[in-house]
Design a protein around this ligand. Structure first.
Ligand SMILES: Nc1ncnc2c1ncn2[C@@H]1O[C@H](COP(=O)(O)OP(=O)(O)O)[C@@H](O)[C@H]1O
Ligand SMILES: [Mg+2]
Length: 151
């Protein structure tokens, strides 16, 4: 499934649309260059989940956790700066198994082995300064269900 957005706001709105569909247990991998809009999309997802806290890029902290009013938590990882995931890999392994957690990962390369095949992979490319092409692929049932709901 491919979506095209033409502004940062449209990206957030698409994220919000995704966020309202999430019920916990979903794993979303975000792929794209620096500045593609991975964190911007995550901000939209947080809006859809009714997260009140301001979402900040986890590039320095590696992970950030946000509570939702529906007793879910959105756990946002960014492994860009890490060469070895170390204990973060163990933390991630637990998070992806938590049915109340929505796991969102930027730069998942080094934790590839920890991620379940059944995840939604969102690949963002930037043909221009403000246009973004979002490609969504499902690795299993959970991802397929989300794609179906988004279509
Ligand atoms: N359509 C768009 N969607 C998302 N971000 C956009 C868009 N157009 C411009 N931008 C800008 O691109 C940058 C994306 O940054 P960010 O979301 O942090 O990227 P990433 O997390 O992929 O490195 C922001 O500065 C944002 O304002
Ligand atoms: Mg980012």
């Amino acid at each position: 499934m491919i979506i095209e957005v033409e502004s940062e706001i449209a990206m957030k709105m698409f994220g919000t649309k995704m966020g309202v569909l999430l019920a916990g247990g979903e794993i979303i991998e975000l792929v794209g260059d620096v500045g593609a809009g991975k964190t911007t999309l995550t901000k939209g997802i947080a809006m859809g989940l009714q997260v009140e806290e301001t979402v900040q890029s986890p590039s320095f902290t590696i992970s950030r956790v946000y509570e939702t009013p529906n007793d879910l938590r959105m756990v946002h990882y960014d492994f860009y700066r890490l060469h070895d995931a170390g204990i973060m890999a163990d933390e991630l392994r637990e998070t992806v198994q938590d049915p109340a957690a929505i796991t969102i990962i930027e730069w998942a390369g080094i934790v590839e082995g920890v991620l379940p095949a059944d995840r939604l992979t969102v690949t963002i490319t930037a043909p221009t300064e403000t246009d973004r092409r979002i490609e969504l692929t499902a690795g299993g049932e959970m991802g397929e269900k989300l794609l179906g709901q988004l279509a």
